[in-house]
Design a protein around this ligand. Structure first.
Ligand code: PEP
Ligand code: MN
Length: 266
């Protein structure tokens, strides 16, 4: 079955800055969960490892209102500087329709987080920005609901959409979410959109991230999104799941070595 989001006209690969996603070579998106005051230095260290795209959000969707909500506009300024200093593109989350122009002015790709996958007005506004959109799967969303969310973006004429599996809610509490790697081969059948995997928000624990990252590459993901921090324990957001930069190094190597066979490219 093919939905509106999966028409033969969908553009592959999707370009984030100059980085093609869905080209046959896996890509690595990495960086801290949130933009922190030393984001520019962190970004330079992460980029020096050979990461393709930086991550880091200035606007954070937190479960509790007393958790750090992100640096906001000040964080966007640091993202702008990190982009210039590193020369690599940045993906960052947008939480609200009214913030789309601000965030789009500094980002190379807008992230729609799991909690906002069905925020339909936000999907449309992100699509209308003309930037690529990284659409995370809602933690209780079916594949068809995820594709329908992508269709909202595609309806704006923007087909630069990257799907991201980040784990779903199940009965198992030891992992933060349950990584549904079936999403990769199944979505390959249902859509031409590239699909990447975020093992960080699935595992919730740094030690479990590398094996899940390796598994995601084995099932043919177009890339990975991984949280990393120079001092994970001090991370202002999601410290338990952040890889140290030392721990990120082998992941960079595996990603570099992964050229997805064109026979599974869909
Ligand atoms: C994130 O990528 O920082 C994030 C909040 O992820 P998710 O929306 O998947 O929970
Ligand atoms: Mn996070």
């Amino acid at each position: 079955m093919r939905t509106a989001a999966t028409s033969a006209t969908s553009d592959r690969p999707v370009r984030v800055g100059s980085v093609p996603i869905g080209s046959g070579r896996a890509v690595l998106i990495a960086g801290p969960c949130a933009v922190e005051p030393d984001y520019v230095e962190t970004a330079q260290m992460v980029a020096a490892l050979g990461v393709d795209v930086l991550r880091g959000s200035a606007f954070k969707p937190r479960t509790r209102p007393d958790s750090f909500q992100g640096m906001g506009r000040a964080g966007l300024e640091l993202i702008a500087e990190a982009r210039v200093r590193t020369g690599i593109p940045v993906v960052t989350e947008v939480l609200a329709v009214e913030d789309v122009p601000l965030v789009a002015a500094v980002a190379d790709c807008l992230q729609i987080g799991s909690r906002n996958m069905q925020n339909f007005r936000l999907l449309v506004a992100a699509g209308e920005s003309g930037l690529p959109v990284l659409l995370k799967r809602g933690f209780s969303a079916t594949y068809d609901e995820w594709l329908a969310a992508a269709a909202y973006i595609e309806q704006t004429g923007n087909r630069q959409i990257i799907l991201c599996e980040r784990g779903i809610r199940t009965f198992e509490p030891r992992t933060r979410n349950t990584l549904d790697l079936s999403a990769v081969p199944v979505m390959r059948e249902l859509t031409d959109l590239p699909i990447i995997v975020d093992p960080s928000h699935a595992a919730g624990t740094a030690a479990w991230v590398p094996p899940l990252a390796s598994a995601a590459l084995a099932v043919g993901a177009d890339g990975l999104m991984i949280e990393a921090h120079p001092r994970p324990r001090e991370s202002w957001c999601d410290p338990d799941q952040a890889l140290s930069l030392e721990e990120l190094k082998p992941v960079v190597r595996w990603v570099r070595a992964t050229a997805r066979p064109t026979s599974v490219a869909g």
